[in-house]
Design a protein around this ligand. Structure first.
Ligand code: AN0
Ligand code: CP
Length: 313
């Protein structure tokens, strides 16, 4: 594996999940693999989990880690070709990516969707420019359209907690006051399409995600029906895709409550975090024994570590 920008880069998901679970038993077993190698983590947006878990994963493999908050500390980058740079952008990605590549062996990037320009977001300009100009492996730490490190951590977590061979998994939209990206939901769907599961997506009408990602996954507009007999309830807000980046619905009846969880087969509650309590999910659910959000966040380390291990190898 050279780059990790999409869950499909892994090849065999089930095999990688097993490898990650093995790694989790002894996280320092490859502590010399990354000796003398450096990873640069570039953040164009905020982070808690991705930043700390990816750093920890690299350190577990013996790597040096350089973290840069590019969004606040870097020169503002230009990505368009052939442009006259007489406005506010100080440096072109052509130079920036090549320079960064001289300081490290792997570059990991967080650059969220603009949520204003659908075509540019779909083109994944930031990740693809680094792939094109840096010439070193690129890892996606949440791009405009995907968050594959999160999806791999989610797959590991479901493997640990599943009690049947073919669980019912529901991805449910929930309300949020601000416009959020589609990345987490997209990668979760792409990951679920590789699983042996009964997978259902539920959201209000008008919140359909990109049909190129949904493919033939099932959509059920009745949230309560979707929850019936579920083994996992994975919750995430996203803004409209059709009416790109707009918040069209903040209907609190979509919030996850213990009453709704009673419709399930004693389902586990999952969320990538950060989560707004009593907007997305009621305290009683996230504080319940069925909530596995903390274990899910822990698996971000092993998700990143197995990915970095494969790239180093
Ligand atoms: C981001 C999102 O929804 O994509 C990051 C989640 C990992 N969430 C927020 O901006 C609140
Ligand atoms: N789940 C996740 O990616 O969290 P952060 O935004 O805090 O990194």
């Amino acid at each position: 594996m050279k780059h990790y920008t999409n869950i499909n880069d892994l090849g065999n998901l089930q095999k990688v999940v097993q490898e990650a679970m093995e790694l989790k038993k002894n996280p320092l077993q490859y502590k010399t693999l990354g000796e003398g190698k450096t990873i640069c983590l570039l953040f164009f947006n905020n982070s808690l989990r991705t930043r700390l878990s990816t750093q920890k994963a690299a350190q577990n493999l013996g790597m040096n880690v350089i973290v840069m908050n590019f969004g606040s500390e870097g020169w503002e980058l230009e990505f368009e070709d052939g442009i006259v740079m007489n406005q506010n952008k100080s440096e072109h990605v052509k130079e920036a990516a090549k320079v960064i590549a001289q300081y490290c062996d792997i570059v990991a990037i967080r650059a969220f969707a603009s949520l204003t320009d659908k075509e540019k977001d779909k083109a994944e300009m930031v990740i693809n420019s680094f792939k094109k100009y840096a010439g070193i492996p690129v890892v996606n730490m949440e791009s405009a359209t995907g968050h594959p490190l999160q999806a791999l951590a989610d797959a590991i977590t479901m493997e640990e907690f599943k009690t049947t061979h073919k669980p019912k998994v529901v991805l449910s939209w929930a309300p949020h006051p601000k416009a959020l990206p589609h990345a987490v939901a997209n990668s979760f769907i792409e990951m679920m399409q590789l699983q042996n599961a009964d997978f259902v997506i539920t959201h209000p009408e008008g919140y359909e995600l990109n049909p190129e990602i949904i493919k033939n996954s099932t959509i059920e507009y009745d949230q309560k029906k979707a929850f019936d007999n579920a083994d996992f309830v994975y919750v995430k807000n996203w803004s409209s895709f059709k009416n790109y980046g707009k918040v069209m619905n903040t209907d609190s009846s979509w919030m996850i409550t213990s009453e709704k969880m009673k419709l399930t087969n004693n389902a586990k509650f999952m969320h990538c975090l950060p989560v707004r309590r009593n907007v997305i999910v009621a305290d009683e659910v996230i504080d319940s024994e069925n909530s596995i959000v903390i274990q899910q966040a822990n698996n971000r380390t092993y998700s990143a570590q197995i990915v970095l291990k494969k790239i180093l190898a």
